[in-house]
Each structure stands twice: as C-alpha cells, then as structure tokens.
Design a protein around this ligand. Structure first.
Ligand code: FES
Length: 147
C-alpha cells in the first residue's frame, strides 16, 4: 500500500536531528543538490583509522531531507569508510520506516552526500582519481516519481 504519512522515526529525526552542524577542516566534504526540488545537503566527515570518527550535516531542505540527513549520519558514524560507502538511498529510507512516495526523492540526498564526502577524502589521500569522485545519480535505480 502506498505510504501517505510520515513514520514516527521520520518525525522524531526531524524534530530532534542528530549531528547538525559543520566540521572545520573536515577530512572529507560532500555537497549535493536535489535536481527535483533544488534543495541542498552538505556532509562533513573526520576520518580516523579508516573509520568515520565524526560526521555533521547542514541541509537546506524539507523536513524529510532533514530527517534523512540525521539518519544517514547516525548510520555512518563509526563505520569503516568502505562500509559507509555501501549505505544506499533505499537503506536510509528503510531505516526511517519508509517515506511517502512523493518524498522518496528527498532520501536520495543523504546517501549521495555521504558518498561524495567519502570520495572527497579518498581523492585527498590518493586512493581514487578526481574523475572517479563525480557525484552519483540514479545509482540505486531509486528515482523520484516527479522526475
Ligand atoms: Fe527537496 Fe525534500 S522536497 S529534499
């Protein structure tokens, strides 16, 4: 059945978002815009022993995007980079208990910004080439019905 309202988890993460803010001199930084609505999300990471030691976000977006940012930072914190890289848009939406179909595109920003921050770090340490750090898009085949 199509989901119409917001889950408790979405509301809770929207009302009380975790990891809001910026990190000065981050090891990795990712910024992505949502082509559907023009909203913007930034993720900052600090890396220690190849794990996400600290993570913060700044989101100029709707309530669902803020809940997604909060959730994705919670999911990624403390994880090895390789594992955090595997967090998908779908994982974030599922962890939030789903999103109404017209707000599914809002969940894209979270995983994309996280991956962008990790890739930014990998470019800095020479693990990947700058051209490999290009933003994703449609990688999970999860597209917005409005697209
Ligand atoms: Fe823009 Fe939700 S409407 S991210």
């Amino acid at each position: 059945m199509e989901q119409v309202g917001y889950s408790k988890k979405v509301m809770e993460n929207f009302m009380n978002p975790r990891n809001v803010g910026v990190i000065e001199n981050p090891d990795g930084y990712g910024k992505v815009g949502n082509p559907v609505c023009g909203d913007l999300m930034e993720i900052f990471i600090k890396v220690k022993d190849d794990k996400i030691d600290d993570i913060k976000f700044r989101t100029f977006g709707c309530g669902a995007a803020i809940a997604v940012s909060s959730m994705v930072t919670e999911m990624a914190k403390g994880k090895p980079l390789e594992e955090a890289m595997k967090i998908t848009r779908k994982d974030v939406a599922a962890e939030l208990g789903g999103l109404p179909s017209q707000k599914l595109h809002c969940s894209n920003l979270g995983a994309d910004a996280l991956h962008a921050a990790i890739k930014n770090y990998w470019v800095k340490i020479g693990k990947i080439k700058p051209e490999e750090a290009k933003p994703e898009g449609g990688d999970e085949g999860e597209t917005c019905p409005a697209e």
